[in-house]
Design a protein around this ligand. Structure first.
Ligand code: IPD
Ligand code: CA
Ligand code: CA
Length: 258
C-alpha cells in the first residue's frame, strides 16, 4: 500500500508537470532570490500529490516544498518536491521531475523520482534495490576522479564561503574533469544511481531535493555522505553521492586536500 501510494502520487504529480510543460502562459512568481521560481504547475502538482497521499494515509506527516510542513504524530513522513528543476521546467528544458521520499521513524525507506518528459521512473526501496522503469540499476565502476564524469548544482543565491561552490568547481575544471550542471538535484542523484555519472556534489540542498534520490544512490550500490564523510542526512545542506569507489578521493578534492 505504501509503495502503491508512492507510485500513484508521483505519477499524479508528473501528469500535472507534463500538462503544463511548454505552456507559454504559465504563471510564474519569485521566491527569495531573483531566479528562485515557483510556477502554478508546482502548486498544482503539489496539491494533487498531497491529495493522493492523504486519501490513503490521512494521518501521515508531510514535508513539502511549497506548502511547508504539515505535521502529525505519525512515524511516517512523506517528503515532497512537486517539481525539481523548476527553472528548467519554466524554460521548456525537459530535465525536471517529481521527487517523493518516504521516511519511517526518521529513516528513508522508499523514494520515487519521475521525469515524464523522458519517461524515466526511478524507484528505490531500502534493502530491495533501485530500478529505472522496473529494471534494476547500478552505480558505475569508475575508480579514479580524474577519469570521472561528475555533476553538480549551484544555489539560487551566491554562497560566499571559503571553499564554496565556485572554488570547488574550479578545482575540477582546472584538472580537466568534466562536471555537468543539469539543474535538478533529484535527477542528478538518479543518474549517479544509473551509472551515467560517477559522482554528484552540491553545497546547499533542502530535504525535498535529495530525499528520494539519495536512497536511489544507496540502493544502486553507491555511497552518500556530507562533506566530512558522515552518513548523509537530508536535513543538512552538503551532499556527496558517488559510486563508492571514488568517494574518499572526492572528499579530498571537495575539501581541498589534494
Ligand atoms: C533546485 C534543483 C537544482 C539545485 C537547487 C535546487 P528546484 O530545486 O534541484 O538542481 O541546484 O539547489 O533548489 O528549485 O528546482 O525545486
Ligand atoms: Ca528541488
Ligand atoms: Ca521544486
Amino acid at each position: 500500500m505504501l509503495q502503491e501510494t508512492l507510485i500513484k502520487a508521483t505519477r499524479a504529480g508528473a501528469a500535472v508537470l507534463e500538462k503544463f510543460f511548454s505552456n507559454k502562459d504559465l504563471i510564474i512568481s519569485n521566491k527569495e532570490g531573483i531566479n528562485n521560481l515557483v510556477t502554478e504547475a508546482d502548486h498544482a502538482a503539489e496539491k494533487t500529490i498531497i491529495e493522493t497521499i492523504r486519501e490513503a494515509f490521512p494521518d501521515h506527516y508531510l514535508l513539502t516544498e511549497e506548502s511547508g510542513e504539515l505535521p502529525s504524530g505519525s512515524n511516517y513522513k512523506w517528503i515532497i518536491d512537486p517539481i525539481d528543476g523548476t527553472v528548467n521546467f519554466a524554460h521548456g528544458i525537459p530535465i525536471c521531475c517529481v521527487s517523493i521520499g518516504l521516511e519511517k521513524d526518521g529513516k528513508m525507506i522508499m523514494g520515487a523520482v519521475y521525469n515524464p518528459l523522458f519517461n524515466e521512473f526511478y524507484l528505490a526501496e531500502r534493502g530491495k534495490g533501485a530500478t529505472l522503469n522496473g529494471k534494476p540499476i547500478h552505480v558505475s565502476s569508475m575508480d579514479e576522479v580524474i577519469k570521472s564524469c561528475l555533476v553538480t548544482g549551484f544555489p539560487y543565491t551566491y554562497l560566499d564561503l571559503p571553499n564554496g561552490p565556485l572554488q570547488c568547481f574550479e578545482r575540477f575544471i582546472r584538472k580537466g574533469v568534466p562536471v555537468r550542471r543539469l539543474g535538478s538535484a533529484a535527477i542528478d542523484l538518479c543518474w549517479v544511481a544509473a551509472g551515467r555519472f560517477d559522482g554528484f556534489y552540491e553545497h546547499k540542498l533542502q530535504a525535498w531535493d535529495s530525499a528520494a534520490g539519495f536512497l536511489m544512490v544507496e540502493e544502486a550500490g553507491g555511497k552518500v555522505t556530507d562533506f566530512t564523510g558522515k552518513h548523509y542526512s537530508p536535513y543538512q545542506p552538503h551532499l556527496l553521492a558517488t559510486n563508492g569507489k571514488i568517494h574518499d578521493e572526492m572528499l579530498n578534492w571537495i575539501n581541498d586536500r589534494l
